[in-house]
Design a protein around this ligand. Sequence first.
Ligand code: NDP
Length: 452
Amino acid sequence: MTEPAYDYDLFVIGAGSGGVRASRIAAGYGARVAVAEEYRVGGTCVIRGCVPKKLLVYGSHFAEELQDAANYGWTVEKMTFDWPTLRDAVAKDVDRLNAAYTNTLNSNKVEHFLERATITGPNSVKLASGREISARYILVAVGAWPVMPPFEGAEHCITSNEVFSLEKLPRRVVIAGAGYIALEFAGIFNALGSHVTVVNRSETILRGYDAALRDRLLQITMARGIEYKFNCGIERVERLEDGCLNVHMKGQPDPLGADAVLVATGRRPKTDGLGLENAGIELGEHGEIRVDDTAQTSCPSIFAVGDVTNRVQLTPIAIREGHAFADRVFGGKDTRVAYDCIPSAVFSQPPLASVGLTEAQAREMLGSNVKVFTSDFRPMKNIFAHRHERGLYKLVVDAQTDKVLGVHLIGPEAPEVLQAAAIAVKAGLTKADFDATVALHPSMAEELVLMR
Ligand code: NDP
């Protein structure tokens, strides 16, 4: 398959979710593939994102479970928590996954270079060690990187890259931003006993999610002790002699004391210094690589998938984009990624999960032809634990066709429930189909088919 002029059929830059999937599928079609990775094989999701974050969510959730255990007859003598134990166990699991991803590359005969690669032309890259490599196609899958706003003292702050390796559990945490990362870590630190203050530039948390769910999360997390400062930005962070931090905010006379400041104000495509200009690759206004619906950039031999294209910054999408690319370019199949009905979840405490149109989006599209069904319930486990937190499930339905356009859930295990509901929305099922489905009792998920 290799034309003699090229060292490889495919050279992939970035061994994250999209890059690894594309590499192994292309290799499976017989392509000679190499991948360069400057940090660790696995990428953001595996190394410093979804996976270690979810393990911290599990770890922190024990606080609630152990508290509730007494109602079920358990005596928990002395409840203590040791951050280094959890941190190191998570790091060990990340090592395991790093090795598993490396094995995947090896077993698919994908050569890998653990060093940075930059593009030097439409068919060439240069490794940090100086080696020049040619390839018929290049795939850029380098992901995104946390944005650090340029305030004074930003060097004293951490991002989601560093949060997994904190030496000590901070007693007081200030979190800038109110998106996915901010609210997931607010939940983790709050459950572990830290005092958490979320500082956001607007008064909206989790922009893009259904307003009813956002309100419910705000209400519950405030009751759990998380403080919010809205319409507010960090002006400067200073480190005091005792090592503590003072966070000065615009328009606020008194600084907030903190032991850690986590900045989670979005992630930007990691295109700096990649040599894209050497191949005439066009960027969009947020620094993202512009691609068409086949992931092709403005340079015909170079493609891009995943967060670097800033379409949907979610792992399963990067994986699908990488797979579709390999299918098309090396497998002769016209696979395309469908961007409708993408389920997503925020692993806040409680978590929320969503697929399809929010009520506001549906009303904007269909005006008054929208029906909304809600179930506002107190989960059985919360009643038994004397917790007053309520779950909220919401269906958004097209009043003319009866199609369920959106499912929005907040409550224990909401992401687990939502994945199955997403199948129904993707399949275009109607509210009547939901109604015709027998409830699975007793469960929280049964609320999905009991809304009238
Ligand atoms: P988000 O885009 O989710 O949230 C960014 C937050 O920062 C918002 O509250 C926003 O405010 C605020 N913000 C944005 N720009 C600035 C700025 N210049 N100065 C101050 N505040 C600002 O970003 P995250 O960093 O939390 O996450 C990045 C992406 O990673 C997510 O979009 C998601 O795709 C992915 N991710 C997914 C997860 C999951 O699936 N569970 C988990 C973690 C990350 P406002 O909204 O008020 O404008």
